[in-house]
Design a protein around this ligand. Structure first.
Ligand code: F6R
Length: 363
């Protein structure tokens, strides 16, 4: 039940520290501070990972790609299942297929997953619903354990999927000899800190709500980010459009000059996601370009990023400082809360957005 919350989505946003805590507990050993990934998969032997998914689950997969490729030096392809299933993709039996699906019933994801299995690939299902079709048909089930998700817009399932993929990246890096045991221990401790830091970033709700009042008047909103904050920009835009009906687009910040900059004017809020990481300088310079054209920037960063913000940056949401491994988890709440409060401000039906269904079992 919703308890004291107005909507399931709001409750599920607030459930995320606990949801992620359960996910992480399933994939790390707290005594040895090592990862544990069920299934007979040798990450040192597989040549590639193919992720298939739709919507928010696809975006979780993109984050998995960024983490796994950088940390484990293992190629990962991610594709929306509806394209993948019909374009006759070239696959190798030595690769691992991962279907990501909250419901485990999405028709396109299931068909894409079956296509991989028919090519002889090992298959793993990253699902919330363990009794689902996708779970039943998989060689290995990786449950996310975040509890049932009722709101049509996915929130806690997304962060739980990303939490599992973060643990997977650490495990794959270790098995492939890219990190030593001490580094694995350190990264596991970072993962174990995530629930507390997610809770801290949920505490930014009041600041985000104030910003939402302005954003709710916009016709279009742009989200920009680099590195893992690029998929996060896609997720921010998807959440906003699906529940508030404001047109929103997520872009890799480096693409700004290649098109979207034409949209920048005083009436278009630009949400820039930029923790103080190795991409920060570049994102900050995109921010200056946007501000020079009168764009209203909503800058979501961390304390170090706030100190180093380009002159003129005004609307700032400061998430807690964290290791880059868990930045997507920590930056999720502000973008979800922004979409949520914009939708509430507009009087939209947050839990049942028009034209959308929780589980898409037809293609
Ligand atoms: C967005 C959203 C959808 C789902 C997509 C996949 O907030 O909820 O984009 O992520 O329909 O659903 P599952 O994960 O059940 O396969």
């Amino acid at each position: 039940e919703k308890g004291n919350y107005r909507h399931f989505m709001e409750k599920e946003i607030h459930d995320q520290p606990e949801g992620c805590q359960r996910t992480i507990a399933a994939y790390v050993d707290t005594l040895t501070t090592r990862t544990k990934i069920p299934g007979d998969i040798d990450f040192a032997k597989i040549d590639r990972i193919q992720i298939v998914a739709c919507g928010t689950a696809y975006i979780a997969g993109l984050l998995g790609k960024y983490l796994i490729e950088r940390m484990a030096d293992l190629p990962v392809d991610v594709e929306v299942a509806s394209e993948f299933r019909y374009r006759e993709p070239a696959l190798n039996a030595g690769s691992l297929a991962i279907a990501i699906s909250q419901s485990g019933e999405t028709a396109d994801t299931l068909a894409a997953f079956r296509y991989c299995q028919a090519k002889g690939m090992q298959s793993a299902a990253l699902v919330n619903t363990v009794e689902s079709t996708i779970a039943r048909e998989a060689d290995v089930i990786w449950p996310i354990h975040c509890g049932p998700e009722i709101g049509v817009a996915s929130t806690k399932a997304f962060t739980a999927q990303v939490a599992m993929l973060s643990a997977l990246a650490v495990a794959a890096a270790r098995q492939r000899g890219k990190i030593d045991e001490a580094e694995e221990n350190r990264l596991v401790r970072v993962l174990l800190e995530a629930p507390r830091l997610i809770a801290e970033s949920i505490n930014l709700e009041e600041a985000v709500r104030a910003i939402a009042v302005d954003v709710s008047k916009a016709r279009d909103v742009l989200y920009l980010g680099r590195g893992p904050m690029y998929p996060m920009a896609l997720e921010g835009a998807l959440k906003l459009k699906e529940i508030s009906y404001i047109h929103a687009e997520g872009y890799a910040a480096g693409e700004l000059k290649h098109g979207p900059i034409a949209l920048v004017d005083e009436a278009t809020p630009i949400v820039i996601l930029a923790p103080f990481d190795s991409y920060f300088e570049k994102s900050a310079s995109n921010m200056s370009e946007v501000m020079a054209r009168g764009g209203q920037v909503v800058f979501i960063t961390d304390p170090e990023g706030e100190r180093n913000a380009p002159a003129g940056a005004r609307v700032v949401v400061t998430a807690p400082k964290c290791d880059p491994l868990i930045a997507p988890l920590v930056f999720s709440a502000p973008i979800q809360l922004l979409a949520y409060h914009v939708a509430v401000q507009k009087g939209a039906d947050v839990d049942q957005p028009r034209n959308l269904a929780k589980s898409v079992t037809v293609e």
